[in-house]
Each structure stands twice: as C-alpha cells, then as structure tokens.
Design a protein around this ligand. Structure first.
Ligand SMILES: Cc1cc2nc3c(=O)[nH]c(=O)nc-3n(C[C@H](O)[C@H](O)[C@H](O)COP(=O)(O)OP(=O)(O)OC[C@H]3O[C@@H](n4cnc5c(N)ncnc54)[C@H](O)[C@@H]3O)c2cc1C
Length: 397
C-alpha cells in the first residue's frame, strides 16, 4: 500500500493546481454537466485531470469511468488529497447517489450509457423523489407513468409534479420515482426512471429559501415520453432501488458535513477572537466554554464512529447499526456548530448584507440558516429516529 500511496502523492503534487489546494466556497463548487461552469481555469484542469485518472469515482470499475480502486486504495487517495488540501474536483449527485445503484441494479447497457459520462462530469443529475403530497411518506407518490407500446420502442408517458428538486434548473437528467401500478400496494407500484430534462413536457420553477440561495425547484411533468429502456430494475421494483439510493445519499450527507466541519476555524479560536480571554488565557464565559467543549467532543466522537463504520464496510461486514445513525447525528451536530458561531458573533452574526458585517459574518449567518435544512433533506431527523428504533433497536412499529 505504501507504493500506491507514493504513486498517488506524486500524481497529486503535479496534477492538482496549487490554487485547488485551498478550501472552496460553496459558490466555487464544480458540478459539471452539458454546460459546465468553472470558477477558474485551474478548476477546469483539476476536474479534467481527476476524471482522466478515474479519481472522480475512484472505486468504480475502469470500464465505467472509475479508477478501479479497492476501498483501501480509495481511503489512501482520500487521505492524500486531504493532506494536500485538494478540493473535491467534481461534486455530483450522479457520483454520490445514482452511480452506486446503477452499478448494483443497472443492465450492462445502462451502465455503459450513463456511468462514464457521470464520472467525467459531462452529465449533471437531479433527484425527482419528493412531491407535494409525498415527503417522509415517499411511497405515497402520485406521479404516474402509463406504458405505451411494446418492444424496443415502448415508452412511458409520465405526468405529475416533483418538489424540492435540488438544481433541477441546471440538471441534464433526473432520476425519478413514478407510479407504474396504480392498482398494486403502494410500495409495489413504483418504478425508477432516468429522464432527460430536455424532454418535451418538462418545466422547472425555482423556489427561494430562507437562506437566500435557491437551488430548489418545482419540477412539472406533462405527458413526458420516457423510453422503457431508461427504467432501472423491473417495473414495480423501484422502491428497493429508491431505498438503496437513500442510503448512499445519507452517507454522502454525513461525510460532507464531517469534512466541512474539519476544515473550519475551531470554535474556540473564533470565540477568543470575538469575546477575548481571561487572565488564564481561557474563554471568560464558562457556559459558552462548556457548549464549545461539548460540541468539539461530540464532533470527535462522530468522526470516530464514521471511521468505525468505514472499517466495518472495508472488512466486508457491511454497514452496521452505527451507519443508520450517522446522518442523524452529523446533521444535528452541524446545526449546533453553526448556531454556536452565530451565538459567539452576537449581533454581528445576524447580518444579511451591508457594510456593517464582514464577509465571514455574512457567510456564517447564511450557513446557519442553511443548516436548518440538513435535518430535513435526505429524510428528516424524526424519520431517521424511526428507522433506528425499528432496525437497530428492534422496537415495534
Ligand atoms: C435542502 C433540501 C434539499 C432537498 N432536495 C431534494 C431533492 O433534490 N429531491 C427530492 O426529491 N427531495 C428533496 N428534498 C425534500 C426532502 O426529501 C423532504 O423535504 C423530506 O423527505 C421531508 O418531507 P416533507 O418536506 O414533505 O415533510 P413531511 O414529510 O411533511 O414532514 C413534516 C414533519 O413531520 C415529521 N414527520 C413526518 N412523518 C413522520 C413520522 N412518521 N414520524 C415522525 N415524524 C414525522 C417530519 O419529520 C417533519 O418534521 C430536499 C429537502 C431539503 C430541505
């Protein structure tokens, strides 16, 4: 493994531009797509080089655009990228969510059609799960898909409305849950379709959020034709795939929150800057000191649990009960850390815009507001608690 580490380290030293070794602001994220946007030429180069090497999707097989790395090798790559401070070259729902289920449930033709484009950052995806009447109770979804014709030219005609579709206005494709069997029990009448967002009949309307940013959209489907060949898994078998995708989504949310927190200025440093210290060099306010210490200890515990979960997965034991609590814990912890920053900054932490606030303070306010959504997206905390109660603790429904 040392030889692999040396090889990766040497490659990163030459391939990752120096400007890509600094923490990225959210506004500088690279998402790829048919019409990609890059904050700089270095960002474009970094994504292209990483994609050529298969490092945007390290564990995917080479035939599908990955690097064919083992889990151990992927961990070494992640460690070396972290050591150098490399930015994630490509952010992608395709890599975090769709790719893993395509690898598991897609046909060979589907894998070859979609995975390489995802790994190269050529297609950007959005998630068409939630509907106005189906959020936590996702299986109640009503977007219907009626089959038209037989054989290779058969298609579904899809009509309905999706909501909270993050980045739908920028996405090229949507992985989407639809109802193909109106007569069947609700979990059995769902299918998993891949829909080209340029298909006639699709319209998208952005939704503005409390944090000011608006990646969220309503997506309307009006008799959209989708080839049957773009269905993943059997007709009516979409619920199993949907649930598996949610596991990948929740794991990605937990890891993102964890790595974002480890890049930040420590809470105690921020507090000392704003509130000063006593004669002993410690924060003067004991109650705040206690909250910060508790948050730091909880953060470290969460990191240890993440590692325990990764080690279990690497040893082939599969995710255990701890994996089910990671999303809940990481997102609740992130909310607490964001709130503590605003508390530390006092009135300065409550600015929206204007000269009276530094750019950092304005960012903290918006990040605090954005964090409120963490415990809703990907399944709310209450739903995570229900899952833990049922699947880990074995409690009755
Ligand atoms: C930032 C963000 C991004 C999102 N991105 C996407 C996306 O890209 N694609 C997509 O399809 N969806 C997306 N969503 C939607 C998200 O999946 C839903 O908001 C979530 O599943 C909750 O559904 P809901 O909003 O309809 O709330 P509801 O299901 O109406 O829940 C309302 C409240 O009731 C509680 N509740 C509901 N049922 C139970 C129960 N059985 N037991 C206990 N409490 C319960 C919930 O915890 C919640 O507090 C996003 C949401 C957010 C906030």
């Amino acid at each position: 493994m040392q030889a692999f580490r040396d090889e990766v380290r040497a490659w990163l030293e030459t391939a990752c531009p120096v400007s890509m070794r600094t923490p990225a602001k959210e506004s500088e994220d690279v998402w790829g797509g048919r019409k990609p946007w890059f904050p700089s030429e270095d960002a474009r180069l970094w994504m292209q080089r990483a994609a050529e090497r298969g490092f945007t999707a390290p564990t995917w097989p080479r035939a599908y655009g990955g690097a064919g790395l083992s889990r151990d090798q992927a961990r070494v790559l992640a460690e070396e990228m972290k050591r150098l401070g490399c930015r994630t070259p490509l952010k992608s729902f395709g890599i975090w969510m769709l790719g893993p289920v395509l690898l598991e449930y897609g046909s060979e033709a589907q894998k070859l059609q979609f995975l390489p484009g995802i790994a190269r950052g050529e297609t950007r995806w959005c998630q068409g799960y939630s509907e106005p009447g189906a959020g936590s109770d996702l299986a109640s979804l009503a977007t219907r898909a009626l089959r038209d014709g037989d054989g290779p030219t058969a298609s579904y005609v899809v009509s309905g409305q999706k909501i909270w579709t993050s980045h739908a206005d920028k996405a090229d494709w949507m992985f989407c849950l639809v109802r193909t069997g109106a007569e069947q029990p609700k979990h059995e009448g769902i299918s998993f379709l891949l829909i080209d967002m340029q298909s006639p009949g699709i319209s998208v309307r952005p939704i503005e959020l409390i944090s000011g940013a608006s990646p969220f959209c309503e997506t309307f489907l009006d008799e959209v034709r989708v080839p049957v060949a773009q269905r993943i898994g059997p007709e009516g078998g979409g619920w199993t795939i949907a649930k598996k995708l949610l596991e990948h989504e929740r794991a990605a949310i937990s890891q993102l929150r964890d790595s974002a927190s480890s890049e930040e200025e420590p809470l105690e440093t921020l507090a000392k800057r704003y509130l000063g210290t006593g004669a002993d060099g410690a924060l003067a306010d004991p109650a705040l000191r206690d909250r910060i210490t508790q948050a730091n200890m909880d953060f470290l515990c969460n990191q240890l649990t993440l590692r325990r979960s990764a080690a279990a997965a690497q040893s082939g034991r599969g995710p255990g009960g701890e994996a089910l609590m990671l999303k809940l814990y990481a997102t609740e912890l992130n909310k607490r850390r964001r709130e503590l920053k605003v508390v530390i900054e006092g009135f300065q932490g409550l600015g929206w815009d204007g000269d009276g606030f530094s750019a950092e303070e304005l960012r903290h306010t918006r990040e605090w507001l954005r964090s409120r959504a963490n415990s809703i997206e990907g399944g709310s905390s209450e739903i995570q608690l229900n899952i833990i109660a049922k699947r880990v603790l074995g409690l009755p429904d």
